[in-house]
Write a protein of this length. Structure first.
Length: 277
């Protein structure tokens, strides 16, 4: 077997394993796989000696693309249970889309180190939220007015696009803090995830088109091989994670997710430090 073919086969197998892990953790912890895919894919690309200047962008762009097919499945399930708030979406969707455009434009000019720094910093904030806030913590009595919600939606769209994550990681905690019902937050976040992922992935394809040093089968910053391997395996392992979640206490799940994010944030911030210092 030629060396190049061996390398591609190994790459596909490793990314298939990434999909298994991300799918299982996504089902177990109730979050989109992007928060798992980005850091793991970033380090896999490093192991395969992909240009350091491209790793973060490829990890983020490919992660956004993996969210698209899984979002349709999630939206259908949540909509069947009446857990999608259409009124909230009418207000939020345009501003989330604006945030995605802003995120894509920032990513076009940001270095890989900037993206890893953003990912590490936000992951650390979410980890602190998971580890140290009590279950059912709702410090704000309700959602703010239209200007406040517009700012929230735009910020979520921008940060999620820069991190390669869907709607759940930031939307659910944000709505929960404002005393919004968790189940409706999760269902509505599944639609927001698609609003982020579809134009976001297209933006990363455009941003990376024609860049030198991209891995084989890359369309801009979206790697098709990674996309197929991750989506195929994650869709098999997500139900296993979901079944496992029902055997574990919710607080334990929050702690596990918080610890995972804390470790991830430290590694990503350490990589940022090595890039700049």
């Amino acid at each position: 077997m030629p060396a190049s073919l061996t390398l591609l086969t190994t790459f596909a197998l490793v990314l298939g394993l990434v999909g298994c892990v991300s799918g299982f953790l996504a089902g177990l912890l109730g979050v989109g796989g992007g928060i798992v895919v980005v850091p793991v894919l970033y380090h896999v690309l490093a192991a395969f000696d992909v240009d350091p200047a491209l790793r973060a962008h490829i990890a983020v762009g490919t992660s956004l693309a993996t969210i698209i097919p899984t979002s349709f499945q999630s939206i259908r399930a949540h909509n069947a249970r009446g857990a999608v708030d259409r009124d909230l979406l009418k207000l939020w969707a345009p501003f989330v889309a604006v945030g995605v455009v802003v995120g894509v434009l920032i990513a076009a000019y940001a270095s890989g180190g900037i993206l890893t720094a953003i990912f590490g910093a936000v992951a650390a904030c979410v980890a602190l939220y998971m580890l140290f806030t009590p279950e059912g913590w709702h410090p704000i009595a309700g959602l703010p007015g239209r200007p406040g919600q517009a700012a929230m939606a735009t910020t979520i769209g921008t940060i999620s696009t820069l991190m390669g994550i869907g709607g759940g990681t930031l939307t659910v905690p944000t709505l929960s803090i404002c005393s919004y019902p968790v189940r409706r937050a999760v269902g509505t976040a599944s639609v927001i995830g698609l609003i982020i992922a579809l134009p976001g992935a297209i933006g990363y394809v455009i941003n990376g088109w024609g860049k030198a040093g991209l891995p084989a089968f890359s369309f801009g910053y979206v790697n098709l091989g990674g996309l197929v391997a991750i989506v195929f395996t994650s869709m098999w392992f997500a139900p296993l994670g979901a079944r496992t979640a029902h055997t574990i206490e919710p607080r334990t799940l929050r702690m596990l997710f918080g610890v995972f994010l804390a470790i991830t944030s430290v590694k990503m911030l350490a990589d940022t430090y090595r890039i700049y210092f």
